[in-house]
Ligand binder design. Structure first.
Ligand SMILES: [Zn+2]
Ligand SMILES: [Zn+2]
Length: 286
C-alpha cells in the first residue's frame, strides 16, 4: 500500500498515513524497512523547521514494471463499480495507454504456456520462515486501492509459495507440501482461499480419480507476469553469486525471456518518467 501511494505521488509521512489509512507506527516501521533495504531515501525538503520526504531509489523505481503488471491484472480481473481506476498517458506517444506484459524480443504478450524454463546455477531452496505475526485480513476500503485484489494474493507469503509451485508444475497436495514446507493446515487453508478467489480449481488426476490436483484458472495464469517481474527484479538487485536461479526461454521467438511492460498504442516500453496519470472512479464494466 505504501508503494502504491508512492506511485500516486505521495512522498511525506503524513500523506502516507492519510493515503493508506494505516496506523502511524505501521507506516513508520515500513518506511524504515524500505530505507534499510535501500529502496527509499529520506531527503530534507525544508530546513526550518526541518522536514523530510521519502524518495524512491533506482532499486525502488525498478518495481515499476511490477506495478504496471499488477494494474494490468486488476484491469482484467477485478473490475467492480466504485473501484479506483487509473488512466495512464504515455508521454512519448501522447496516447492513453494500457501497458501489457510483453517479451522484449518479439513484443508478444507473455503467458506462462509460452515459456520454457530450466533451473540455473543460482537455484536455491527458500526456507519457510514462520513468524508469529498474524496475517492481516482486513480488506481495506477499495476506493483507496488500485491493487486491492492482487495485493491480497501476492502480499501473502504462503499464497506466493503455493503459486510458485503450481507454476512449475507441482500441483498435488503432498508435493506442494513437500516443496513449500508449509504446515499442512495452512496449506489447506490457503488452497481453499485461492479457489474461492478464482485463482485455482481442483481437477481429478488423469487415470487416478482418487486424487486431485490444483490447476490455475485463466485468472490465476495471468498472475505470471507479476511473478516474472519480481524474478527479474531479484535477478538484478539480489543476485546470487552463482548466477540466475531460473533460465527462461520465450518459446514463441526462442530468445531468453525478458519481460517489458509495453504501451498498448505504440508498443514501446513504458517507463516511470514517460508516464503521467489521472484517477477516475469506475462505474460500470461488469
Ligand atoms: Zn519472444
Ligand atoms: Zn505509447
Amino acid at each position: 500500500m505504501i508503494l502504491e501511494s508512492y506511485w500516486l505521488g505521495v512522498r511525506r509521512f503524513d500523506e502516507f498515513c492519510r493515503q493508506t489509512k494505516l496506523l502511524k507506527p505501521v507506516v513508520s516501521d515500513r518506511l524504515k524497512k524500505l530505507i534499510d533495504n535501500g529502496c527509499f531515501e529520506k531527503v530534507v525538503y525544508q530546513e526550518k523547521p526541518k522536514r523530510f520526504e521519502y524518495r524512491g531509489t533506482e532499486k525502488f523505481i525498478d518495481f515499476f514494471p511490477m506495478a504496471l503488471a499488477m494494474l494490468y491484472w486488476e484491469r482484467q480481473w477485478s473490475q467492480k463499480p466504485g473501484k479506483l481506476q487509473i488512466i495512464l498517458t504515455h508521454k512519448s506517444c501522447g496516447q492513453q495507454t494500457e501497458p501489457f506484459p510483453a517479451c522484449k524480443s518479439c513484443k508478444e504478450t507473455i503467458t506462462p504456456l509460452d515459456v520454457s524454463w530450466k533451473t540455473g546455477p543460482g537455484v536455491g531452496v527458500m526456507e519457510a520462515k514462520y513468524s508469529p505475526r498474524r496475517r492481516q485480513n482486513n480488506k481495506t476500503d477499495s476506493q483507496t486501492n488500485l491493487h486491492d485484489e492482487i495485493i491480497q494474493i501476492i502480499g501473502d507469503r504462503w499464497a506466493m509459495l503455493i503459486l510458485r509451485s503450481i507454476f512449475t508444475g507441482i500441483n498435488q497436495f503432498q508435493e506442494i507440501l513437500k516443496v513449500t514446507a508449509i504446515a499442512s493446515n495452512i496449506l489447506s487453508n490457503r488452497l481453499s482461499e485461492l479457489i474461492d478467489e478464482g485463482i485455482l480449481v481442483t481437477k481429478e488426476v488423469p487415470n487416478d480419480s482418487r486424487r486431485i490436483e490444483y490447476k490455475l484458472t485463466k485468472k490465476g495464469m495471468s498472475i505470471y507476469p507479476i511473478i516474472l517481474s519480481l524474478l527479474h527484479w531479484g535477478d538484478k538487485w539480489l543476485p546470487s553469486p552463482k548466477g540466475a536461479p531460473l533460465l527462461l526461454t520465450h518459446k514463441l521467438c526462442g530468445n531468453p525471456l525478458q519481460l517489458q511492460m509495453i504501451c498498448s498504442e505504440c508498443e514501446k516500453e513504458v517507463t516511470p518518467d514517460e508516464t503521467s496519470y489521472s484517477i477516475v472512479i469506475s462505474h460500470s464494466r461488469k
